[in-house]
Design a protein around this ligand. Structure first.
Ligand code: PHE
Length: 354
């Protein structure tokens, strides 16, 4: 048989199975081309010199043709599968696989409900943020040691730009963005994902924060404390919530306070409420005049407070999970156990907790 015939047959192989049969017939141990190769051994030198290149060329041509046909058949098969095995993701799930609301979504809904009642609106900002919004506008100039307080993920600069963007390390950049966009007065919360290079039982590289910002003409620390107390009482659904404000430092607030909430032990479990011990739940303070100015407002006219806290941490405290990493594992058993029913929408009258 000659090379053209073989290649012709290969190109017409209708499927992978017949192509494989053809390969075995030609190149297998007992194959036709293999036999030709073997016959070289019994030829005299002169004949071998003329035959060997022909046989090797035949083998190479056939090998290449088979590889090409195989790729073509596989591509056609994939195309056929993609066309026939399309899944309509918009179809409702079967009853047996009903999903649950993730505790983070549940807590975010609860927080939005509580703050909506206090007249706060919800604001959002980008997760890929400029260093200006994430740091500089918040009174953390370059080389400010506070930039090192947060383990920041930096991105490669975009073509034509030399500044590296960051994955926002907190929701505080939304303060500046919102004041810039809407001016003052301001009364908002800004929930969302934030990122820090950190991972253990209570830290994941991505987690959720919620920012609060109130800017007006005569806002004081007293308003801050009342707001936080009201919010935490509503959130934990207890009246015996006790707060302790400790002087602290954030570059973007002055004065700054870390807020602890009292806990006590009930039925052997540590719960929020009472004051047997303290745990930190919030960062807060009066917005630094420089932050207000950086957002284009006059700090002699406007002042206010800001606070920030971890949403996942609030969920852990309220619903008793102890490992943050499980929040983002996507393990269906965890989700079934800790998840919430889809129709348990938090309301202030019905109770924000499910
Ligand atoms: N952004 C701070 C943090 O992530 C929290 C904070 C927000 C503190 C607002 C003060 C005011 O740690």
């Amino acid at each position: 048989m000659d090379s053209a015939d073989a290649v012709n047959e290969i190109e017409r192989a209708p499927d992978l199975q017949s192509l494989e049969a053809l390969r075995v017939r030609l190149l297998g141990k007992q194959g036709e081309i293999t036999a030709k190769l073997k016959s070289l051994g019994s030829m005299d030198a002169e004949m071998r010199a003329t035959e060997a290149p022909k046989i090797h060329a035949l083998r190479e041509g056939v090998t290449n043709a088979i590889a090409e046909r195989k790729a073509a058949l596989e591509a056609a098969e994939l195309k056929r599968k993609l066309a026939t095995e399309r899944i309509d993701l918009s179809l409702p799930a079967a009853d047996s696989v009903s999903g649950t609301i993730h505790p983070v979504s549940q807590v975010l809904d609860e927080l939005a409900e509580i703050f909506a009642d206090l007249g706060f609106s919800v604001a959002e900002g980008p997760e890929i943020e400029t260093q200006w919004y994430n740091f500089t506008a918040l009174n953390m100039p370059e080389n400010h040691p506070a930039r090192a307080m947060q383990d920041t993920f930096y991105l490669e600069p975009r073509p034509g730009e030399d500044e590296r963007r960051v994955l926002r390390t907190h929701t505080s950049p939304v303060q500046t963005r919102s004041m810039e966009a809407h001016g003052a007065p301001v009364r908002l919360i800004a929930p969302g994902r934030v990122y820090r290079s950190d991972s253990d039982a209570t830290h994941t590289p991505m987690f959720h924060q919620i920012e609060g910002l109130v800017i007006d003409k005569a806002i004081t620390l007293g308003h801050l404390k009342w707001t936080l107390e009201t919010f935490l009482k509503a959130f934990f659904e207890r009246d015996d919530i006790v707060l302790r404000m400790r002087p602290s430092y954030f570059p973007f607030t002055e004065p700054s306070a870390e807020v602890d909430v009292g806990w006590s032990v009930e039925k052997g479990r540590r719960v929020v409420g009472g004051q047997q011990g303290w745990m930190e739940v919030l960062g807060s303070g009066m917005v630094h005049p420089r932050v207000i100015a950086n957002a284009g407002l006059d700090p002699d006219e406007w002042q206010g407070f800001a606070f920030g806290t971890g949403v996942d941490r609030l969920a852990m405290l309220k619903y008793g999970m102890d490992d943050l990493r499980a929040f983002f594992d996507g393990d269906i058993r965890w989700l079934k156990h800790y998840g919430f029913r889809a129709l348990d929408v938090p309301t202030l009258s019905g109770g924000v907790g499910a």
